[in-house]
Design a protein around this ligand. Structure first.
Ligand code: COA
Ligand code: ZN
Length: 302
């Protein structure tokens, strides 16, 4: 019997590394991407086209995109504005992820634009992408809570999701930027979104700040979501979102999904090798919650 597939996009090389005290070179980041590819991770967010003054750790994204040209994989890059989109196109990126916001405060802090301006920029990007022949993913940052404005009403995220899908976004990522969501809220919102749009164009992105990352993955899985962002070694956190910690670790998500009978296409042993590389390079990675057990289990079976 064939197992049901779940797509995991590893956002470690972007969300994971953008806030590390130790800045990695583009070549080191390409090494991590290659290690993830070797583990069977097909979808990888490899960097962002943002101001290198604002986020020095992401400088050199064009070099990374060019290195990966022609390699088998679905490589995305993140952009905060139209300028980032233009730089990404110039570099040859094929999948571009634009950020919009559930809240005003975080839009201002992150992109120096109002929510409405970020959405307008996103709509312009969606329109231009048709001629540029690139695929656009949109991430709704602060889909649950904002570090500045507090609770985000689900109706805001529902309406925004509908507008983005209508305008041609290939996927809408519902992002819990500060890791404050709980499974009950996640289930309620994702039930609505999957009910309205089906699961094929939806993705969830959780941070593990309050130790509910995996529980939130499970809740959205129960709502029918079959695509998740996660970060190798659990690295991550946004420099502009006070209190946010790392993403839910790819190792933990793969372990849970595979044990539950889903097919992620990812090899746990290869993933642990990629995780080890991230830990060595950053000198600052948890490796996820199940890391000690996974290491023991893999050593025993080798
Ligand atoms: N990529 C590279 N440089 C960019 C850029 C982009 N996407 N957008 C703006 N810039 C540059 C401008 O060219 C300008 O450079 P200069 O100082 O050398 O002239 C500088 O950034 C400021 O430009 P301005 O138009 O005044 O920018 P802004 O204040 O409206 O916005 C941001 C600056 C938001 C783009 C910048 O702070 C940024 O890139 N933030 C990163 C956000 C991020 O990565 N968050 C985490 C992921 S969600
Ligand atoms: Zn994130």
């Amino acid at each position: 019997m064939s197992r049901e597939k779940v797509i995991i996009q590893d956002v470690g090389p972007r969300d994971g590394l953008q806030n590390q005290p130790k800045i990695l070179t583009p070549q080191q980041r390409v090494h991590i991407v290659r290690a993830l590819m070797a583990a069977g991770v097909e979808h990888i967010q490899v960097g962002s086209f943002v101001s290198p003054k604002a986020v020095p750790a992401m400088a050199g994204a064009a070099e990374i995109v060019s290195e990966l040209q022609g390699q088998p994989g679905q490589f995305s890059v993140l952009v905060p504005n139209v300028k980032g989109y233009e730089l990404a196109i110039e570099a040859g990126a094929r999948i571009i992820e634009m950020v919009v916001y559930g809240s005003e405060g975080f839009s201002q802090a992150n992109a120096h634009m109002s929510r409405a301006q970020s959405e307008a920029a996103c709509m312009e990007i969606l329109d231009r992408s048709v001629e540029d022949d690139v695929r656009i993913i949109t991430t709704i940052s602060t889909s649950f809570d904002c570090p500045f404005d507090g609770v985000v009403e689900p109706a805001v995220v529902e309406a925004l999701t509908a507008r983005l899908l209508e305008r041609g976004s290939s996927v809408v990522v519902v992002a819990d930027t500060i890791g404050s969501a709980d499974p009950a809220r996640v289930r309620k919102l994702m039930n609505r979104l999957v009910g309205d749009h089906g699961p094929d164009h939806l993705c969830c992105h959780f941070h593990d700040t309050r130790a509910m990352g995996l529980a939130n993955v499970f809740a959205s899985l129960e709502s029918g979501v079959r695509r998740f962002d996660a970060s190798v070694a659990g690295v991550g956190g946004c420099p502009f979102a006070p209190g946010a910690s790392g993403n839910v670790a790819t190792e933990d998500v793969v372990m849970m999904l595979e044990q539950m009978g889903f097919d992620t296409g990812i090899d746990q042993r290869g993933l642990m090798e990629a995780s080890q590389l991230v830990a060595e390079l950053t000198e600052n990675a948890s490796g996820g919650r199940a890391a000690p057990w996974l290491r023991q289990m893999l050593e025993a079976s080798s």
